[in-house]
Design a binder for this molecule. Structure first.
Ligand code: AMP
Length: 460
């Protein structure tokens, strides 16, 4: 992560507030380097991979230029695959929440043409899709790019590797000359340079270090006697004092026991395992991601698919038998350019597991001793935010902006006191700074959101 906050950028206040609700505080390196240039309207070549925050980099840029009152395509994002287009579409929709009535249409192959045509006829501001299908729409004149201001070529190297060069060039022939062209690519071979020369105007190049480098994760192993496991876990918290952590256990029961142990020692923690029903799981994940619960204690299965942004430390309460699972577990820290820390507790009977991890990673495991841990007996880990649940959701047409507007408007909270907002079908969650909890609840229980009374309660 860079040290720069989004507040240094010339973007609208609504966009800024929305970034806060998404939990984006600091810019990633690619954002810090490219956004000032993108917002100045420059063409850009950025060498950045998935995971670097590149979607928000071009997303924030292109959204600033959208005029919601003009119902024509103003931004086009070309992606090599349907999966990537889906992912990009989702992130852009999240970023676009600050602008009312923005319409984004996904145009990918493998999907029926008719509904896409219908969506376009209705008027789209942003199109995201794969080259083949977009070319089809242009040929059939169901898509028009005359009003396009921003063109993004995402994962351009993959697009060319997949043989899309002529299609991409054909699409660009339908676009106005006066446009901004942003090209993102993990690599920068000659064929990409040639493409840039032919489709960009005086581009600036931005290169960021490789993200997800396993080298940024510091791994330490602590050998303990079996009965010292719990005490060591507490010592790790008291010594390293992380802001947040994911603790891995083997069994569901162990997750519950360990979460309780931590709570009994002033470390706020929740268990995440397969015995939770969907609603409980949603709540745990929401609270973890919105800074109102700093520690999750999870099984591997329950942690599958967990999309965690910046996790300071992963702790293995027990080592896994499978070195691949170990590497997968620790890969949850050290993301988006931040330094990661992985701490593992093991006993003498786990020696073989340690050796397998060494072979798998082709480097020795560095062991530290329990005795070396300085403990701060006053350490406590209390989250800065509290989650409020509101008994209305997407099905009630509730949107993040409605909640943010009500809380920062009539309820009188500062924008900085409102955190991430998650809207589900029938229910919503908003993170509120602990000190503003009363004020928020008082308002929600007596005031109105979108002209309707709502029921709200603190989640605990
Ligand atoms: P991308 O490289 O665009 O696929 O983004 C990787 C992940 O980082 C996505 O889940 C984004 O939601 C997230 N992300 C992007 N920018 C930031 C930021 N400034 N702070 C925290 N998370 C971010």
């Amino acid at each position: 992560m860079s040290d720069e906050s989004f507040t240094t950028l010339p973007i609208s206040r609504a966009a800024m507030a929305n970034l806060a609700t998404l939990g984006y505080k600091k810019m990633t390196p690619v954002q810090a380097q490219s956004l000032p240039l993108i917002l100045k309207g420059r063409d850009l070549i950025a060498q950045a991979k998935t995971g670097s925050g590149k979607t928000a980099a071009f997303g924030i840029g292109l959204l600033e230029k959208i005029n919601p009152r003009f119902f024509g395509v103003q931004a086009l994002v070309l992606c090599p695959t349907r999966e990537l287009a889906d992912q990009v579409g989702k992130e852009l929709r999240r970023l676009a929440r600050s602008i009312p009535n923005i319409k984004l249409v996904l145009l990918c192959g493998g999907k029926p043409f008719g509904p896409q045509k219908g969506s376009l006829a209705y008027g789209a501001h942003i199109v995201v899709g794969t080259p083949g299908r977009i070319q089809d729409h242009l040929r059939k004149e169901t898509l028009e790019l005359k009003g396009m201001k921003t063109l993004v070529l995402d994962e351009a190297d993959r697009m060319l590797d997949m043989g899309f060069i002529d299609v991409v060039k054909d699409i660009i022939r339908h676009a106005p000359r006066a446009r901004q062209t942003l090209l993102f690519s993990a690599t920068y071979p000659e064929k990409i340079k040639r493409l840039c020369r032919s489709v960009q105007r005086d581009p600036v190049t931005v290169t960021v270090e490789v993200e997800h480098d396993p080298g940024v994760i510091q791994q330490l192993f602590y050998e303990v006697k079996k009965h010292e496991r719990n005490n060591t876990l507490l010592a790790l918290f008291e010594h390293y004092q992380p802001r947040n952590a994911l603790v891995f256990c083997h069994t569901k029961k162990q997750c519950d026991v360990v979460a309780r142990l931590l709570r009994d020692h002033r470390v706020e923690a929740l268990a995440l395992h397969g015995d939770l029903d969907q609603r409980q799981r949603d709540q745990v994940l929401v609270r973890f991601s919105n800074d109102s619960c700093p520690v999750l204690v999870a099984t591997d299965v329950a942690a599958r698919g967990l999309d965690i942004k910046s996790l300071e430390v992963v702790i293995n309460y027990e080592l896994t038998r499978d070195p691949e699972v170990y590497v997968h577990r620790i890969g949850r820290t050290g993301r988006a350019g931040e330094k990661g820390l992985a701490l593992s507790i093991f006993t003498i009977s786990d020696q073989q597991r340690i050796r397998e991890i060494e072979i798998y990673q082709d480097k020795p495991c560095i062991c530290d001793t329990y005795a070396s841990l300085d403990r701060d007996p006053d350490f406590s880990l209390r989250p800065p935010m509290v989650t409020i649940q509101i008994a209305a959701g997407r099905k009630n047409k509730l949107r993040p902006g409605d909640l943010l507007g009500a809380l920062t408007g009539e309820a009188g909270l500062a924008g900085s006191q409102v955190g991430k907002i998650d809207i589900f079908d029938m229910t919503s969650y908003v993170a509120i700074e602990r000190t503003a909890l009363r004020q928020a609840l008082n308002y929600l229980s007596s005031g109105k959101v979108k002209g309707r009374n709502v029921r709200a309660r603190k989640v605990s």
